[in-house]
Design a protein around this ligand. Sequence first.
Ligand code: MTE
Ligand code: MO
Length: 318
Amino acid sequence: MLIKIKKASDVRESEVTDHGVYLNRRKFLKTAAFAGAGLAVAPSLVLPPHAQAATKLPGVMKSKYTVDEKLTPLKDVTSYNNFYEFGTGKGDPVKNAHKLKPRPWTVQIDGEVAKPKTVGIDDLINAHLLEERIYRFRCVEAWSMVIPWVGFPLAALLKMVEPTSKGKYVAFETLVDPEQMPGQVYNALDWPYREGLRIDEAMNPLTLMSIGLYGEQLPNQNGAPIRLVVPWKYGYKSIKSIVRITLVEKMPPTTWNLQSAKEYGFYSNVNPDRDHPRWSQRKERRIGEFLKRKTLPFNGYTEEVASLYAGMDLQKFH
Ligand SMILES: Nc1nc2c(c(=O)[nH]1)N[C@H]1C(S)=C(S)[C@@H](COP(=O)(O)O)O[C@H]1N2
Ligand SMILES: [Mo]
C-alpha cells in the first residue's frame, strides 16, 4: 500500500489563501528576527484574541510533505511513549514528564559552523516558518503511528549557522538534569541521550525539527520543547528535548549504538530486509489496529531518500 505524498499542486485553493495570510506574518517575523542584531531582537509571538487555547500554535502552514493516512489518536500519541529519561516503560513518560520545564530553554548550536549560536527556544521558533506535516513513525520495536507534527526543516536551522566544509555530520544531545528527568538517576542508558545524522540526511527536506503535534506545543512526554523527527529511520533517531546541536567532522557516537552496535547501527533506516538480531522487521503493528501491516523500505519514503544511500550495503551500514 503506497502512501500518497501531497504535491504542492494538490493543495486546495482555500488552503493556499488561508495559509497565505499566516505565511506573510511568519515571513515578517522571520525578516524581523534576522534584521540587525539577529535572533536577539526576534519579537515574541502574540496569540490572536480568538485563539482557543494558550498552547494552540498560530501561523502553521500545511506542508506538501504529508501522508494521507488515518491519524493515530492523540491519546495514544501522548500516553504510549519511549523516553527513557522518564522511565523505561511505555506508560512512564506520561506519568513522570510533568517534572520537565520546557521554558526557559536554550539550544546551543556549535562545532563546525561559521556562526555558532546559543538561542532561546521561542526566538528559535519565531525565526522559522512553521509547517504541519503528517508523517509515519516506525519504532524499532515493530509498532508504528501516524502523527501530525508541527515544526520546521532542520535544513533551515543549519543554514542559519552556516556549516563549514568540515561539518560532515550533525550530533544532537538531550538535556541532562535528574531533577527534571528522574529516569536519569538510573543508568538505563548512558546520559545524555545522543543521536546523529550525516549532513546530507540532516539537510534532506523531510528531516524536521518538531515543536508541536496536533496543532499544539509538544507535550513533555513527546520531547518538549524541541525534538528531531526523521520519518524514514527507526524512532530512536528522533531525539527529544534537545539542548545542543553540534556540527562535527567524524561520525558521532549515538546512544543506542553505544548500547549495542549489532542491534542499532548509525543509519537505522527502516528496513524490512534486515532483521533486528532478536526479532523480525518485516511487519509492524500500527497502534490502534489489530492486523499487522507490512513494513515498507525507508518507511515508505523511498522516493525521497533512497538516493542518499546509493551504492551502500544497507545490511552492513544498517
Ligand atoms: N531523549 C530521548 N529521545 C528519544 C527517546 C529517549 O528515550 N530519549 N526514545 C526514542 C524512541 S525509541 C522512540 S520510538 C521515540 C518515541 O517518540 P514518541 O514517544 O513521541 O512517539 O522517541 C525517541 N527519542
Ligand atoms: Mo523506538
